[in-house]
Design a protein around this ligand. Structure first.
Ligand code: SF4
Length: 329
């Protein structure tokens, strides 16, 4: 790890001003991504602005919504009784997302901003990585790519977005609150992430120096059924090969509203409105769920080594829908 200046932020406005003015400065919160990447030599900020003492934690329960401070830890959010009762699949994703030690360190704001798990991105000895060094190429498109994306990819980057909790938060239309030098603003999570295109180093719509202050999460209606299913190589401390976060609102056997998002397969948390269209006003039926899964993966593009993920993601989504509907065979 290279040398850097450590600054403890006294208030959010001054922290934002410092990071906005210095292109080599970065925020420090839980540190579970930032410090790892600094140790690996992937990131080398000249100044870290520690925001952990700012009053940006805590969960506020409102009318039909929870406002989650950006410094709320994954464990705190998973333990919240309202989240457990009205956002069950958010809780499931949080618990599937990391070990207890990490959940007690990692913040919700940091989780949404976690960097790619691409092995080439995280290895500075690999020269070709457009995300780390724009214009250098992409080692993953020619090398082993088993853990890479099949949705939202470009010839310039196929790296996954690895967050679990971002999947149900995307499905439920969470809103991100950010603070910049121009003041606060809000961004729907469905508009927050940017697929790689020809600028893989740009991962979201945050402007230089903007700080996530909170995430607002609408509660699911009473009676809505949700589930988050994560499929991975081992049962803990592993990223998803495929995951699905789903919500079904039922009137008898009829689906009156469906929400679907996928993880482990997209360059961003992947909301599938196509799958939702298939499900809405259809009956609870395995064939319908399979049609929805076909629609969700219709745009998949594979590399040698990622072909299996398309069918795996379809089956993951079908199983998640069956579990939510209570018809698991
Ligand atoms: Fe870099 Fe993206 Fe290619 Fe990985 S997939 S090597 S992050 S450009």
């Amino acid at each position: 790890m290279g040398p850097f200046e450590y600054v403890r932020a006294e208030d959010a406005e001054r922290a934002v001003a410092v990071v906005t003015a210095d292109p080599r400065a970065a925020f420090l919160a839980g540190g579970t991504t930032q410090v790892d990447l600094m140790k690996d030599g992937v990131l080398a900020p000249s100044r870290l602005v520690d925001v952990t003492r700012l009053p940006l934690g805590g969960i506020v329960h409102g009318d039909g919504v929870v406002r989650v401070g950006a410094l709320t830890t994954m464990e705190e959010l998973a333990a919240d009784p309202v989240v457990g009762a009205r956002l069950g699949f958010v809780r499931e994703a949080l618990l599937a997302g990391a070990s207890p030690q990490l959940r007690n360190m990692a913040t919700i704001g940091g989780n949404l901003l976690q960097r790619a798990r691409c092995r080439y991105f995280r290895d500075p000895s690999v020269a070709a990585c457009n995300k780390r060094a724009p214009g250098s190429g992409c080692a993953a498109v020619a090398g082993p790519a088993r853990m890479h994306a099949v949705l939202g990819t470009s010839p310039h980057c196929v790296a996954l977005h690895a967050s679990d909790v971002a999947v149900p938060l995307t499905a439920v239309d969470a809103v991100v609150h950010v603070l910049g030098v121009a003041g606060p603003r809000t961004v729907p999570l469905t508009d927050f992430y940017v697929p790689p295109g020809d600028t893989p180093h740009l991962e979201n719509v945050l402007r230089r120096g903007e700080l996530i202050t909170a995430v607002e999460v609408p509660l699911l209606p009473e009676g809505a059924r949700s589930h988050y299913l994560k499929v991975r190589d081992r049962a803990s401390y592993e990223f998803a090969l495929a995951s699905a976060g789903v919500v079904l609102e039922l009137d008898g056997e009829t689906i009156v509203r469906a929400r679907v998002a996928l993880g482990g397969v997209g360059t961003i948390p992947w909301r599938s409105w196509d799958a939702e269209d298939v499900l809405t006003w259809a009956s609870v039926d395995r064939a319908v769920f399979r049609d929805a899964a076909e629609a969700a993966l219709a745009g998949a593009r594979t590399l040698p080594g990622t072909e299996f993920k398309v069918e795996l993601a379809r089956r993951t989504l079908v199983r998640a829908l069956e579990t939510a509907a209570g018809v698991v065979s």
